[in-house]
Design a protein around this ligand. Structure first.
Ligand code: NDP
Ligand code: 8X3
Length: 256
């Protein structure tokens, strides 16, 4: 009998998280999808149930809220609690500014979501993996976790933290049979830049003009490859860039 994997994906209402939900559903995984927008969670869940006949549970919570996070994870139905894969994807950049001019509310949102939120979810899910004797945690880092760029200091710091936490988790949970992968995308066209520019879609669109950015689906397929490798293989760390991107700031753009 084929053993079905159960995966929890944070930030499954959009972009990389939503695409990963589709890619996992194609493999027949049982899904726990999370995010703050219930309409999107429900429509994705309905679509995946109809299209791939997979079981889907949705959890609406804000990863910044420790109590909400703990309550949501503990409400997962018993038969879904043996989680094989956790994709810590929920995250965001807000604003672009020099440190000396930075908006401290923006900093709080990034730190609370990208670092503390990832930790709250992991602290709630990892013990379930320890109990079942294994699992795979995929943290969505970034090129911003490898380099820093002007005006992006706090976002870059949060993604450097994801890099450090991925290494720590891999060390701490090695004896528990838990694999940890840090997936670091470069420019990927999602709602990311619209969020960074606080709803300014025109400005966001310009980020991806003149070259072929990665799609959410590109990253989702890579995550799916990583979590379906044989048990004895772990991709610890992977950096994925559009062919037209050399580093955080250098792009080969066609001038229009
Ligand atoms: P999107 O904005 O399209 O998706 C972000 C997801 O995160 C949404 O589903 C959103 O759900 C969720 N999220 C944000 N804040 C919270 C919160 N407080 N609580 C719960 N969920 C939250 O962007 P991407 O798909 O691009 O981003 C996914 C990850 O990829 C992020 O960690 C980002 O930093 C990273 N990344 C993105 C790159 C890019 O170029 N796009 C490159 C490198 C890394 P909701 O609003 O419903 O809560
Ligand atoms: C998102 C990519 O280059 O805007 O992590 O930081 S970048």
């Amino acid at each position: 009998m084929k053993i079905m994997k159960t995966a929890l994906i944070t930030g499954a209402t959009s972009g990389i998280g939503e695409a990963t939900a589709h890619s996992f559903a194609k493999k027949g995984f049982r899904l726990i999808l999370t995010g703050r927008r219930p309409d999107r969670l429900n429509s994705t869940a309905d679509l995946l149930k109809n299209e791939y006949a997979v079981e889907v549970v949705t959890l609406e919570f804000d990863v910044r809220n420790r109590q909400e996070t703990e309550t949501a994870i503990s409400s997962i139905p018993c038969d879904f609690k043996a989680i094989d894969i956790l994709v810590n994807n929920a995250g965001l950049a807000v604003g672009l500014s020099h440190i000396q001019d930075g908006d401290i509310d923006d900093w709080d949102r990034m730190i609370d979501t990208n670092i503390k939120g990832l930790l709250y979810v992991t602290r709630a899910v990892a013990p379930l993996m320890v109990t079942k004797g294994g699992g795979h945690i995929v943290n969505v880092g970034s090129i911003a976790g490898r380099e820093v760029y002007e005006n992006g200091g706090v976002y870059c710091a949060t993604k450097h933290a994801v890099d450090a936490l991925s290494k720590s988790m891999r060390t701490d949970m090695l004896a528990n049979g838990i694999k940890v992968t840090n997936v670091c995308p470069g420019a990927t066209e999602t709602e990311f830049s619209t969020v960074r520019f606080k709803g300014d879609r025109e400005r966001a669109k310009k980020v991806y003009e003149g070259y072929q950015a990665l799609t959410a689906n590109d990253i989702a397929e890579i995550i799916t490859y990583i979590v379906t490798l044989p048990e004895h293989i772990c991709i610890n760390d992977i950096l994925i860039m559009p062919s037209a991107q050399a580093n955080a700031v250098k792009f080969n753009k066609i001038q229009t």
